[in-house]
Design a protein around this ligand. Structure first.
Ligand code: ZN
Length: 239
């Protein structure tokens, strides 16, 4: 008898239930888009440490030879349609942010993101998982020190062909690499303190203009940025 048949009820039960059952973390997976992305190498690492925290002045991807960021990322996603974003979930408390609150909101004192903290306060969320809010491709995964610490940036291609970028900062651990495709809900890192500078929290940005320089995290001009919590709430998956 072919005992594989015994697995079928189990597989069905997983596929019809919440994606909370699925652990999407593949930290050792090879970057699949490597070779398609042209990363700016050297410039970031050559900056003195004290300047790195003040902001990165170059976009993560070198668009030389491409008409626009859209043209460029169209080429990256071509043949990788399964990684297009079909909806957005929260980066913590998967999938709906349960157990977390926003400690510092978008545009509060010029803040360009939402700071997610566990309801339990303090450093209780240190090491908690951070999930990609949607499927996409990692265009930046580095420890840049300064006020940023470990930063992950992911580009999402939406079903209406527009692009959205998500950014995750102060991470304790980064589990994804530059050039790697990720799925919605995949564990990409853990919540950290940027080397003890803050109480553990996730600084999360969502940008509708992709591939801008990292910046400083604060500005009076939010052009290209949107309020993460509002954006996610209005783009939840329809199933
Ligand atoms: Zn922040």
């Amino acid at each position: 008898m072919n005992w594989y048949f015994l697995l079928i009820p189990f597989l069905l039960s997983v596929s019809i239930t919440s994606d909370d059952y699925i652990d999407y973390s593949y930290p050792d997976r090879m970057p699949r888009a490597f070779g398609k992305l042209k990363e700016r190498i050297g410039k970031l690492d050559s900056l003195p440490t004290y300047m790195q925290g003040e902001g990165i002045y170059e976009p993560p991807i070198d668009l030389t030879g491409y008409g626009s960021a859209d043209d460029y990322f169209d080429s990256v996603f071509e043949g990788n349609w399964q990684y297009m974003a079909a909806g957005y979930d929260f980066p913590v408390g998967k999938p709906n942010g349960r157990g977390y609150y926003v400690a510092q909101k978008f545009m509060q004192s010029g803040h360009l993101g939402d700071d997610f903290n566990a309801n339990t306060g303090g450093n209780t969320d240190l090491g908690h998982p951070i999930y990609s809010i949607a499927s996409g491709v990692v265009v930046f995964s580095k420890d840049i020190g300064g006020g940023w610490g470990n930063v992950i940036r992911i580009i999402h291609k939406n079903t209406d062909k527009t692009y959205t970028e998500s950014l995750y900062a102060h991470c304790d651990k980064r589990l994804v690499k530059y050039g790697q495709f990720v799925e919605k809900g995949e564990k990409i890192g853990t919540i950290g303190t940027a080397d003890g500078q803050y109480k553990a929290h996730l600084h999360h940005e969502i940008r509708t203009e992709v591939n801008m320089p990292l910046g400083k995290g604060y500005s009076r001009n939010p052009t290209g940025y949107v309020a993460p919590t509002m954006y996610i709430r209005s783009h939840r998956p329809r199933w």
